[in-house]
Design a binder for this molecule. Structure first.
Ligand code: AMP
Length: 289
């Protein structure tokens, strides 16, 4: 089976229309490239016998709040296309900025409420950039199903809410976070860690596990659970916590007490690399996988 690489919206529409004529469903995994097993697991979830699998690779400038992060974001298109080929992807869509954003662009999509905390608080405009590009990609690919990782838990909640609120005809499917053997969540940004910071980074997941263990043990006070995680992170001098919050998994609002499933999410700086991770935890049970 062959993987087709295209750069224009017209080519995507043509390939998708042809797949539909063959009676195939359209399965879609949006990415920013620098592909790893986290993306691979979503492709595995999305590959179906009667499906046409589309992967987009686009480093979306309007979701970056820092120009340096955008510039330094890894770009590995050739290897990514190989990765997609090995994973049975039918179509890779890698548009240019001009293709995606003919100027001037006057329309943006914004989800309110769910974007006030966690990354939304520290990355102004980030989610507006995400929801705008995802809406555009949905309009281009017109998928039956789109696949998102739980690794970006707030993004997943925001996209689900956008689809619900705007009645978009697409089903959102989520996949669990894929981790390295030492627990570090896979991320394209991990490539930018120097060896020292790479060694320190697994403390992030250990901290989240410590918090989930407190929830398992019956702790209801978010302050207490948060402190358990912060103790682990503070023991690692190479890491700097941007936020660590305990929120409702759907509304992404801080909880006053832990009586139901919660999302424990953090952003941590390892040198000049910002890493995010999260776990869901249930009272009496701990981490939900
Ligand atoms: P990105 O290329 O980082 O924008 O990610 C594209 C998609 O892959 C998003 O839905 C992410 O949530 C998902 N993803 C990224 N890292 C992981 C991971 N470690 N495990 C599972 N999904 C992931």
């Amino acid at each position: 089976m062959s993987t087709q690489l295209v750069h224009t919206i017209a080519e995507v529409r043509e390939a998708v229309a042809s797949a539909r004529r063959q009676g195939l469903t359209i399965e879609f995994v949006p990415t920013m490239g620098a592909l790893h097993e986290g993306h691979g697991s979503l492709m595995d979830l999305a590959r179906r016998p009667q499906g046409f699998l589309v992967v987009s690779i686009f480093v979306n400038p309007i979701q970056f709040d820092r120009p340096d992060d955008y510039e330094r974001y890894p770009r590995t298109l050739e290897a990514d296309v190989e990765f997609c080929r090995a994973r049975g992807v039918d179509l890779v869509f890698a548009p240019s900025i001009e293709e995606m954003y003919p100027q001037p662009q006057r329309t943006f999509v914004e989800v309110t409420g769910l974007t006030e905390h966690l990354c939304g608080r520290f990355r102004p405009g980030h989610f507006r950039g995400v929801t705008t590009v995802v809406t555009k990609l949905f309009g281009i690919v017109q998928p039956d199903r789109a696949y998102f990782g739980e690794k970006d838990a707030q993004q997943l909640a925001v996209v689900r809410r956008m689809v619900r609120d705007l009645n978009l005809p697409v089903e959102i499917v989520s996949g669990p976070t894929v981790r390295e053997a030492d627990g570090l969540a896979m991320s394209s940004r991990n490539r930018r860690l120097d060896p020292e910071h790479r060694r320190a980074a697994p403390a992030i997941y250990r901290a989240l596990q410590a918090a989930a263990a407190r929830v398992a043990a019956g702790a209801e006070d978010p302050g207490e659970v948060r402190s358990a995680a912060l103790r682990v992170l503070e023991a690692e001098p190479l890491l700097r916590v941007e936020y660590l919050e305990i929120v409702d998994p759907e509304e992404i609002q801080p909880v006053a007490g832990i009586t139901d499933e919660v999302l424990i999410a953090c952003a941590v700086w390892a040198g000049n690399v910002r890493l995010i991770d999260s776990v869901r935890a249930r009272p009496g049970r701990g981490e939900v996988r």
